[in-house]
Ligand binder design. Structure first.
Ligand code: SAM
Length: 256
């Protein structure tokens, strides 16, 4: 996968991509980051990227021209080198999601991360100041994503959040030992509680079943714990979770 990021602050991405899972994915050539400075697509002496809003109002807005040109440059570079590449460069460029990070977008979630992890290319646009000229939304982007109902000062942290959540779902990025299948929100529920050595710490013992070696019973315990934890913390998730009759009965018992 190639992830193209358009930002006024390219340096903010250096640390997240030089350690952990993202670095490992880059080293394994499973993902490639192409970080562009929007300012490089200006044509005036002062490299102006922002201007005051028509009609007044606080702050400055990002001008449309450098953003359109930066996206066009990213699309021109979309090449058959991406891992999941199965189509012609033109087709890939035309089907590449062009995502504006904005608090007004659809709320980011694990299913959206999974959906985006299946693309061979993504273009992420980081806004700043008061945001971007409306014509960027109307005529350039194909998707708008928010990472939560709060306002950050720029789209860089949201872009990193998306990149991290998406890249770990690309097949081969996580080793089998840290497979994402049981992760919270992947199953539609929260993950069960987990323990590691020592078996007793300050009189607090690990649940006996986990030391039993009985894999069937442990799997059942994991499932029951995931259900009760979800019921306790995020009952709203259970409506959509894939549960059998026995598990639904367990929920009724727990509720009572
Ligand atoms: N005036 C804008 C509004 O009210 O919708 C907010 C602009 S915000 C200060 C500057 C930039 O930060 C946005 O253009 C966007 O790229 C990014 N941003 C801020 N909060 C965000 C969020 N919750 N999710 C995604 N991007 C966000």
């Amino acid at each position: 996968m190639q992830i193209h990021i358009l930002t006024l602050f390219p340096q903010m991405f250096q640390s997240p991509i030089s350690s952990g899972i993202l670095k490992r994915a880059i080293d394994q050539k499973l993902v490639e980051f192409n970080i562009r400075n929007i300012r490089d697509y200006t044509h005036d002496k002062h490299h102006t990227v922002d201007d005051s809003p028509y009609g007044g109002g606080a702050g400055m807005l990002l001008k449309p021209e450098p953003i359109f040109e930066a996206v066009e440059a990213a699309k021109a570079e979309i090449s058959p080198s991406g891992q999941a590449f199965r189509t012609s460069p033109e087709e890939a460029a035309n089907t590449t999601p062009i995502i504006l990070l904005t608090p007004q977008g659809r709320l980011f979630s694990q299913p959206i991360a999974l959906e985006l992890s299946r693309h061979s290319h993504l273009i992420l646009i980081c806004g700043h100041y008061e945001g971007v000229d409306e014509r960027v939304r109307q005529h350039l982007v194909t998707d708008e994503i928010s990472i939560g109902d709060y306002v950050l000062s720029g789209g860089e942290l949201p872009a990193m959040v998306l990149a991290d959540a998406i890249v770990r779902l690309i097949p081969g990025v996580l080793g089998s030992e840290d497979s994402p299948v049981d992760d919270s929100h992947t199953t539609g529920m929260l993950e069960y509680p987990q323990y590691t050595r020592p078996p007793v710490y300050r009189d607090w013992a690990v649940p006996e079943i986990l030391l039993s070696g009985n894999h069937a019973q442990i799997a059942r315990w994991h499932r029951e714990q995931a259900i009760s934890r979800t019921l306790e913390r995020r009952p709203d998730l259970l409506g959509k979770a894939n549960l059998n009759r026995e598990e639904r009965q367990l929920i009724d018992r727990l509720k009572n």
